[in-house]
Write a protein that binds this ligand. Structure first.
Ligand SMILES: Cc1cc2nc3c(=O)[nH]c(=O)nc-3n(C[C@H](O)[C@H](O)[C@H](O)COP(=O)(O)OP(=O)(O)OC[C@H]3O[C@@H](n4cnc5c(N)ncnc54)[C@H](O)[C@@H]3O)c2cc1C
Length: 456
């Protein structure tokens, strides 16, 4: 018989959301002794590495880092990072609130390094199973979390609470999914795949289409035109123009922590309409300087009469198919004139955004025990899935509560405070029930029938 370690909290994914939680747990006395760990599928910490383009900047002030908004005196602030790296004075001289993404990635990695002993890198969580209470078999009192590492080994851990912070999954429209992955790259994999896809600059000319109208589409388009002299790039979008993100100060208040309360207090329809009203702060919009840069690049093409790169606005893609020689043929329809034409490309970059529903797959094994909490998206203000009374483990959802908590949920804006709310919720729960009802017997018998159980 095998005895599992029972964690108080297990975090799935170790991106900024769970990293912020790790920081909070480390700094808050009432929860600092919780038995907790994180499981992250990447081999080391990484924040959107596939889009870590050299000169791209953050779309949020550095002051909205993992800690400052909660506690400017935390040792995990961006300012302390600059100080410890010896760049604080130079950074001040930049007079810029928006560091490059490369620098912010370095900041996040610097914070993450403090939690190496808590994170199991290189493991993907593959499923979660409910464990019944030995005292009351009608109750579920813990969760078994299954994961697989790079070498195919399976692991399992038992926990009383879960923090799901797995980010978004690449959104690949059906028409493109059917074509397979050869020479088709989602923007999330852009930097790790593009060299292979377009080949060396000394090679033949390549026609590459970027699909999308948002920040990633614009960034990829500019990168292709700058770094690959043999690439002719086309940016294809249904909308009529690249539109600027509204980051004006009054509008920006929707990303304030207080706005989460305002959204959450609305009835379902009210939440939806608030989110729709402010969609142009985050979706299908581009930073104005980048728009201006693209416009100027196209203008200079006009001057030199060298029309290699194009922005095709008002353009719908009706069909996508593979040609006999492996290229991709798109039927493009001009949405103003109604005229359709076929064009062939050597490669596509899909800047088509992210799905925010991947937690459904992750939690699928628990569905029979969750009532309609999952299907209805019933999440409490403290980000806890509203599970039935008989389901004791606490499941916190981060980054997939936009419908209930507003547009800041998928971003960095409220991380410092959201992690505080989750930590406080855990602390309240533990203080109500200090034993958390541990039933070692249950865990022993369940473990003996489980898969390979590695325990640390
Ligand atoms: C290119 C880009 C730039 C952005 N820039 C900004 C910005 O400037 N400002 C802003 O506010 N927001 C920005 N965002 C939004 C972004 O969502 C947040 O910055 C942030 O990444 C959210 O953190 P997260 O931890 O919730 O998700 P993620 O950063 O996506 O992290 C999720 C982690 O979970 C891991 N994971 C997933 N599934 C599993 C599994 N089954 N098992 C184990 N691990 C798993 C992933 O490997 C990943 O490391 C940007 C997004 C992109 C794509």
């Amino acid at each position: 018989m095998h005895r599992d370690t029972v964690f108080d909290l297990l975090g799935v994914g170790f991106g900024p959301s769970n990293l912020a939680l790790a920081v909070r747990l480390a700094e808050e006395a009432s929860v600092s002794n919780l038995a907790h760990c994180f499981i992250e599928r990447q081999p080391e910490f990484g924040w959107h590495r596939g889009m870590l383009l050299d000169d791209c900047r953050m779309q949020i002030s550095f002051l909205k880092d993992l800690a400052t908004m909660r506690d400017p005196k935390s040792r995990f602030t961006f300012i302390n990072y600059l100080f410890e790296r010896g760049r604080l004075v130079d950074f001040v001289n930049l007079k810029n609130f928006y560091p490059t993404r490369v620098e912010f990635h370095d900041y996040l990695s610097w914070v993450a390094a403090s939690f190496d002993d808590r994170v199991n890198y290189g493991e993907t969580v593959t499923g979660i199973e409910a464990l019944r209470s030995a005292a009351n078999p009608n109750d579920i009192d813990a969760l078994r979390v299954f994961s697989r590492d790079h070498e195919g080994r399976e692991w399992q851990r038992v926990t009383r609470a879960l923090s799901v912070g797995i980010g978004g999954g690449a959104m690949v429209p059906e028409a493109f999914a059917a074509l397979g992955t050869h020479s088709i790259v989602h923007s999330s994999q852009y930097l790790t795949s593009i060299d292979r896809v377009v080949g060396p600059s000394s090679g033949a000319r390549k026609r590459v289409a970027v699909i999308g109208a948002g920040q990633s589409a614009a960034e990829v388009f500019v990168d292709l035109t700058r770094r690959f002299p043999h690439v002719d790039a086309s940016l294809i979008m249904r909308s009529g123009a690249l539109k600027p993100a509204d980051d004006s100060p009054f509008v920006n208040e929707i990303f304030s922590p207080a706005f989460t309360d305002i959204v959450y207090a609305q009835p379902r329809d009210g939440r939806r309409s608030l989110i729709e009203r402010f969609r142009d702060t985050n979706y299908a919009v581009v930073d104005r300087p980048l728009i201006e840069q693209i416009y100027e690049m196209l203008y200079l093409q006009n001057v030199s009469a060298d029309f290699r790169h194009r922005v095709l606005a008002h353009t719908g893609i009706e069909t996508a198919l593979r040609t006999a020689d492996g290229r991709i043929e798109l039927t493009l329809r001009d949405r103003l004139s109604g005229h359709a034409r076929a064009e062939q490309f050597d490669a596509l970059v899909l800047a088509t955004g992210y799905r925010r529903d991947t937690h459904f797959d992750l939690l699928e094994g628990l569905a029979p025990h969750l009532g309609d909490a999952l299907a209805q998206g019933n999440v409490e203000r403290d980000y806890r899935l509203a599970t039935p009374e008989s389901f004791k483990p606490r499941i916190y959802l981060q980054g997939c509560c936009e419908d209930s908590h507003g547009l800041s949920d998928t971003l960095l804006s409220v991380l410092a405070l959201r992690s505080d709310e989750i930590a406080a919720s855990l602390a309240r729960h533990l203080s109500k029930d200090p034993s958390t009802g541990r039933t070692e017997q249950t865990q022993e018998s369940e473990a003996s029938s489980g898969r390979i159980a590695f325990v640390f």
